[in-house]
Design a binder for this molecule. Structure first.
Ligand code: HPA
Length: 277
């Protein structure tokens, strides 16, 4: 058994001792969405601090707990705050929470984030359904001895964002009349925002949005056979696309502004995902 898996089992045992809840959907909340969990029917919470060996985020605006509850009738586990590679954590740390949520029973991983728009057709405040990704600028979370208990050494990534889940989100966006862009998410390490040339590079490579999370989590989740979907909140146009310098405050302000629509989209999508299975 690998060290990474031993650690994961230890975290899982810690969870089991405190909570008995089997989620179907695991939802990761990005910037601006931190209070989404307040709007659901909460059954229990578990602070990351209470889980031995669990990485704890340092980013302000991230709460740092699992919330267990129901969206409609769908049992969900929500991560209020994630850990990022740029905080200095290893990729093993960064994807540990996703792996743990799979062990809790979650079949679907629903990823959300705030991201910079790279595509000139995008505007701040848009939502983008993530249909594919480029994670090649950060190390794969699967580097190191393979965790055979979780998945294959060389996992396929041809449908990293599950088509059926994408269809559900698209249908919901139409039903709720919430405009939804689509595209490829590129993960860079951060924590600095990109230069204008780096943003141009992202565009040439086929990226539509750029951010500092998500793609590595999607890789680890695919490895384990979870169904993955994701939506980016385009909090700003990326560097070089406007005259203004970028700030984290701007990212949070936009994400906060459009949060009510984002929440509606997520809630209805999860309800539909609960029906479909
Ligand atoms: N770049 C990278 N990450 C981000 C951005 C950005 O412009 N906005 C929000 N997260």
């Amino acid at each position: 058994m690998t060290k990474a898996y031993e650690r994961l089992l230890e975290c899982y045992q810690c969870f089991q001792q405190k909570i008995s809840f089997k989620p179907k959907v695991a939802l990761v909340l990005g910037s601006g969405l931190g209070d989404y969990a307040d709007s659901i029917q909460v059954e229990a919470t578990l602070s990351y601090h209470e889980i031995k060996g669990f990485p704890v985020s340092t980013v302000s605006g991230h709460k740092g707990q699992f919330v267990f509850g129901y969206v409609g009738e769908v049992p969900v586990v929500i991560m209020q705050g994630r850990v990022h590679y740029y905080e200095g954590y290893s990729m093993e740390d960064v994807v540990l929470p996703a792996r743990l949520m799979k062990m809790m029973g979650a079949e679907i991983l629903f990823l959300t984030n705030a991201a910079g728009g790279v595509n000139f057709d995008f505007a701040a405040g848009d939502f983008m359904l993530i249909t594919d990704q480029i994670s090649s600028f950060v190390p794969s979370p699967l580097i190191g001895p393979n965790i055979d208990e979780l998945g294959l050494r060389f996992p396929d990534m041809s449908q990293i964002y599950n088509r059926e889940l994408c269809r559900i989100i698209r249908d919901v966006s139409k039903k709720l009349q919430i405009p939804l862009k689509e595209g490829t998410y590129i993960q860079l390490s951060g924590p600095n925002f990109e230069t204008a040339q780096e943003v141009k590079m992202c565009r040439i490579l086929g990226g539509d949005a750029v951010g500092m999370s998500t793609a590595c989590e999607a890789v680890a989740a695919n490895h384990m056979g979870m169904k993955v979907c994701g939506i980016s909140c385009i909090s700003n146009l990326a560097c070089g696309m406007t005259d203004q310098p970028l700030t984290h405050v701007e990212v949070q302000e936009t994400a906060d502004r459009v949060a009510p629509l984002f929440k509606a989209l997520i809630t209805e999508s999860i309800i539909q995902m609960g029906k479909d299975e």
